[in-house]
Design a protein around this ligand. Structure first.
Ligand code: PNW
Length: 478
């Protein structure tokens, strides 16, 4: 074939465009074919929220305090002393929020139920008014064709439970609550998520003290708290199965995610080892029904006290594994006995508005792949993914959060790669539908694809909402 110079090529392309009466060439090279951007049929697009972060109305209809009410009202614990007292007032504005979901075109909504609305004292006596609120929310979702994915514990532990997660009875109380809710809501809810992020409500609450209840306990007690957390999940799975036999059950976990620095056999093996070891007290224990020996040896006398039957409950078979994916670590193979080294992050490593959300979208692909390689779950849902941004309303009334679009698109491209390689990813829940109470960061960090003016409770779709709507409509990366 005769080679054309670039200039000649340009001329002839322009000439044929002119002939065809077009201003632009008909074929634009480098444009991906629609297929390479497509998601599978039936893929569930959704948004996620959590009760204490959006509902407000903390004393409505018989609700009593959770450990987060107490923590947020303790001076110095949250940014600016912010609390969830009002938050997005979604307790009253839920119909408006469901309209936002409807406008996006989502098929699923991941919400959480506030334990202290259902059992204000933690256990024993159920509060019908609290349950009725969720029945109204669920009915509104179902009427709009949106499938609810219900998390039973997203950190708002009833304050009344003595010792919180330090106490084994809290795990049993959770099972009682989970079984009760599953039975009462089985007609409306087909998917239950037991707990959200073991390390966040155990380590951040009882080891580093950043989250409620703000304790800094020694290692042995921390390991016991962790054990009670995963035990609650396991007993919860059993209670849900007994009370809502046709529901699907899983949990939402944020494992520490590793990306191999180089995509080759040795480094991938290192990433597998790191994933199993570094998540030993949580995801590994749950999906293997056993703590790895290396963890028990490492902890020695500080290892958790395990009672007969605990590990069997903890390892209860699941219908799916939910992964919350935000930011990975990079890992490489090395000659140490454990066979891997976690790369330190350079000080200048870029991050989103929250410093902990370093930018590493390949973490999405590797989270799925490594969890599947190690444990072969039946199905995976991405139960959270999203980022904070310093959103401002322009004089034109818009929120131009292109950095959030960048973050989401890059993660979805990696999720698509995992799906194309055959990993069983069934859905994706964007964190979050709305700006909300971001725990210790209060209202200083905005994660929503809808902007919330916390003075007026006005919701404004950000550019990212427009983008997500287009992706959902085409079932493709856009
Ligand atoms: C998750 N960290 O929390 C939670 O499930 C959400 O409730 C929360 O709003 C969202 O992610 C954004 O933060 C995390 O410090 C909080 O590593 C902190 C960390 C991880 C997850």
């Amino acid at each position: 074939m005769k080679e054309l110079t670039r200039r000649q090529f340009g001329k002839s392309a322009a000439a044929s465009a002119a002939l065809a009466g077009l201003a632009l060439p008909q074929v634009s090279f480098g444009q991906a074919s629609a297929d390479s951007q497509q998601f599978p049929r039936g893929f569930v697009w959704g948004c996620a929220t959590a009760a204490y972060q959006i509902e407000g109305a903390v004393s409505a209809d018989g609700r009593k305090p959770s450990i987060w009410d107490i923590f947020a009202h303790t001076p110095g614990k949250t940014h600016n002393g912010d609390t969830g007292d009002v938050a997005d007032d979604s307790y009253h504005l839920y119909k408006e929020d469901i309209r936002l979901l409807k406008n996006l075109g989502v098929g699923g909504y991941r919400l959480s139920i506030s334990w202290p609305r259902i059992f204000p004292h933690g256990t024993w006596q159920a509060n019908q008014a609290g349950l009725d609120y969720y029945k109204r929310v669920l009915d509104e979702l179902l009427a709009n064709g949106i499938t609810p994915y219900v998390t039973l514990f997203h950190w708002d532990l009833p304050e009344a439970l003595p010792g919180g997660w330090q106490s084994r009875t809290t795990a049993q109380a959770f099972a009682g609550y989970a079984g009760y809710v599953a039975r009462e809501l089985a007609d409306r809810v087909k998917v239950f998520i037991t707990t959200n992020e073991f390390s966040s409500f155990t380590d951040l609450g009882y080891r580093t003290g950043q989250f409620a209840p703000g304790l800094k306990l020694p290692a042995a007690q921390v390991n016991q708290v962790r054990h009670h957390g995963i035990l609650a999940h396991g007993l919860g799975v059993q209670a849900i199965r007994a009370n809502a036999p046709s529901a699907r059950v899983g949990m939402a976990e944020n494992p520490t995610v590793f990306v191999p620095v180089i995509e080759d056999r040795e480094n991938i093996t290192a990433a597998q080892r790191a994933t199993r070891e570094e998540n030993a007290p949580f995801l590994t224990a749950v999906l293997e029904g056993k703590y790895p020996d290396s963890y028990l040896e490492r902890e020695g006398a500080n290892a958790p006290k395990i009672e007969a039957g605990d590990m069997k409950a903890i390892g209860s078979p699941l219908d799916f594994v939910g992964l919350n994916v935000y930011a990975p670590y990079y890992v490489r193979a090395d000659g140490s006995p454990k066979g891997y080294a976690i790369e330190p992050r350079q000080a200048g490593y870029p991050h989103m508005d929250s410093p902990w959300i370093v930018i590493g979208p390949e973490g999405m692909y590797w989270a799925v792949r490594l969890v599947c390689d190690l444990w072969h779950p039946k199905a995976i849902y991405i139960t959270e993914n999203g980022c904070s941004a310093e959103d401002v309303v322009t004089p034109a009334g818009r929120i131009e959060d292109t950095e959030r679009v960048m973050y989401l698109r890059a993660h979805l491209a990696n999720l698509r790669r995992a799906i194309a390689e055959g990993f069983p990813v069934k859905g994706y829940f964007l964190w979050s539908l709305l700006d909300n109470f971001e725990w210790a960061d209060g209202y200083s960090k905005r994660f929503g694809i809808h902007y919330v003016d916390f003075k007026t409770q006005k919701r404004i779709p950000k550019l990212s909402a427009e983008w997500y709507r287009a992706a959902i409509a085409r079932n493709a990366l856009v």
